[in-house]
Design a protein around this ligand. Structure first.
Ligand code: ATP
Ligand code: MG
Length: 578
């Protein structure tokens, strides 16, 4: 099945709520709130590529909208911070969401489209005596806002007249002042136990070029101000966000109560996804890119959607993972094995089988005539006979996996060893007769005989052979570079600090796995793989799933990425706990 065949159901029929957010939404719809409308949004800031954490939010927001035939989900770029944002990210984000299987039609918006309206809202606040220009530095302002233990103190500028504020704010806009010279603040309550309500800044001066509005503006709205009002402008009914915004909810509501907006969205928070052995923050991922720890945002080790896709993850696997982890109110780190489990589930059903030898060892069949070729049938997929068979060329010289031979076999070693007979998958039984080594003592060739009676896997009844090896014909195989990936960090939570309060703080960079990439050259693959479409994943029998690299693979220089091995750590854990 291709990904296109597996997009989520969008028939919009009423479904039973699966989590507390769906319950809230179902309640509101049933109570006739918002005239029975349901409108959500996914609001990325275009300052980096989307990661698997964003996928959780995307599945949730688009999934909610799917609950009603008239439900909608907007894609809104939250582009209020010109310094870090770029059109490159806008394009990549849209591509990633589409790839995940979600569509927003003409419902694509930018917070920057509302800059004029947001400015007017700020002016309204000033006129109503609910905002003022503070002319101290951001540091001084921060200091005066106090903290959890210490109440805030009023700014000497707090009682500026409306006229003076209107005048200063207009001049801030016209570019008369430098960055940081003035800030517009909401006038709420410097004594509030909630720090977010202690006169938060809502506009700051920033002489920077914006990727969409260019140099039109030199003042930009702060997130808390712009976000809720953008929601209201778009008529969003449910504004779903991550837990760290819980304490911002009173502020979200405050702006909506003070200003003449026609809708008041309900903010609902959920736990952000954390995933083991990686970091999910665009800033930190950006650091990995800038410091060349990875080849780019789409490096197959990155937890970005672009990286996962290049690694060979299917959109279905990611969506299934998001469904399985559910939505909760408590932050936690999800075991990567769960993501890998969802991936294997999908790949196992989807991917055709193939033969590939990663660390080739030459094997010569002495009683096989030179120059002769036999062809054996190999099945494409064990569970889907309708996918048919392919022909595997078999000759006198083959390659097997170096790891499948042991000169002095240990106990329970069922693969090849001197004097041993094993099966070559789909082909025949072979017996090891001789081992050839180079001057350094390294095994460079295995000489065997085959039993022609056992052709096509029909071993004579009397013989029980335990080991089955994969192989390719030396004459027919194509060479390839294969990249093996391991986790990017050696610590499950690279952000965790040592418990000892006197220990120096560690950076997540301290936990980078130096062996997260191993590149194997001159791997030998069955020849059909040369024409495999880039981005396609196949299972190399006994080894794992491998994806033809979309960036670097060339017809005369094939490159495959190991998506994942066959061993399923999660299934084992699950079995044990049962
Ligand atoms: P980052 O730290 O990666 O930049 P962010 O929250 O600043 O994350 P945004 O572009 O603002 O990134 O995120 C868009 C939406 O995705 C927000 O609604 C945010 O709550 C959600 N989101 C971001 N990270 C996660 C995560 N790890 N799990 C679930 N949702 C997330
Ligand atoms: Mg953000």
């Amino acid at each position: 099945m291709s990904d296109a065949d597996k997009t989520p159901s969008t028939d919009g029929t009423e479904q039973t709520p699966k989590n507390f957010i769906e319950e809230f939404v179902a309640e509101d719809v049933a109570a006739g709130k918002n005239d029975g409308r349901l409108a959500t949004r996914f609001p990325p800031e275009p300052n980096g590529y989307l990661h698997i954490g964003h996928a959780k939010s995307i599945c949730l927001n688009f999934g909610l909208a799917d609950r009603l035939p008239s439900g909608t989900c907007n894609l809104r770029f939250d582009d209020t911070n010109p310094a870090a944002e770029d059109t490159e990210y806008v394009t990549a984000i849209a591509e990633d969401i589409r790839w995940l299987g979600f569509e927003w039609g003409d419902r694509q918006f930018f917070a920057s489209d509302y800059f004029e309206q947001l400015y007017q809202f700020a002016v309204t606040l000033i006129r109503d005596g609910k905002a003022y220009v503070d002319s101290r530095s951001l540091d001084e302002i921060r200091e005066s806002r106090g903290n959890f233990y210490k109440k805030g103190s009023d700014s000497p500028f707090r009682e500026r007249s409306v006229d003076e504020n209107i005048d200063l704010f207009a001049r801030m806009r016209s570019g008369e002042f430098e960055d940081g010279q003035h800030v517009l603040r909401a006038k709420i309550d410097m004594q509030s136990p909630n720090l977010n309500l202690r006169d938060p800044p809502i506009y700051r001066i920033r002489h920077a070029e914006h990727h969409r509005t260019g140099k039109e503006w030199c003042i930009y709205p702060m997130y808390d101000f712009a976000h809720g009002l953008s929601d209201a402008i778009e008529g969003i009914t449910h504004s779903v966000c991550t837990l760290e915004f819980q304490d911002h909810r009173p502020l979200y509501d405050w702006f909506l109560e003070q200003l003449p907006v026609t809708s008041h969205p309900r903010q609902i928070e959920f736990a952000r996804l954390g995933l083991g052995y990686t970091v999910l923050s665009k800033r930190k991922l950006q650091d990995l890119v800038t410091r060349n720890h990875v080849s780019g945002w789409d490096d197959p080790r990155m937890p970005t959607l672009a990286g996962l896709r290049r690694r060979g993850y299917s959109a279905t696997a990611i969506r299934n993972f998001c469904t399985r982890i559910g939505v909760a109110k408590r932050d936690s780190i999800v075991d990567v094995a769960l993501l890998e489990h969802a991936l294997r589930d999908d790949l196992n059903a989807d991917c055709d089988r193939a033969m590939g030898v990663l660390r080739p060892l030459k094997l010569v069949i002495e009683n096989f005539p030179e120059g002769q070729v036999e062809y054996f049938d190999a099945i494409q997929h064990p569970e889907y006979p309708e996918r048919g068979q392919r022909k595997l060329a078999f000759g006198r010289e083959l390659y097997i996996e170096r790891d499948d031979f042991m000169e002095e076999p240990k106990k329970k070693w069922f693969r090849l060893a001197p004097g041993r007979e094993v099966r070559l998958r789909y082909a025949a039984l072979i017996t090891c007769k001789e081992v050839i080594k180079d001057d350094s003592g390294e095994v460079i060739e295995i000489r065997c005989t085959w039993d022609p009676e056992s052709r096509g896997g029909n071993a004579p009844d009397s013989r029980r052979v335990k080991g089955t090896l994969h192989w390719v014909s030396a004459e027919h195989a194509v060479s390839a570079t294969v990249r093996l990936y391991d986790r990017l960090f050696t610590a499950e939570n690279p952000l965790a600090q040592k418990e000892d309060p006197d220990a120096p703080p560690t950076s997540f960079m301290d936990h980078i796995n130096p062996d997260s990439l191993e590149v194997l050259e001159n791997c030998k693959l069955e020849p059909d793989l040369a024409s495999l479409e880039a981005g396609k994943v196949v299972q190399f029998e006994r080894l794992g799933y491998f994806c033809k690299d979309t960036e670097d693979s060339k017809p005369d220089a094939l490159v495959f990425n190991r998506t994942i091995t066959l061993r399923d750590a999660w299934a084992k854990v699950a079995k044990k706990s049962r």
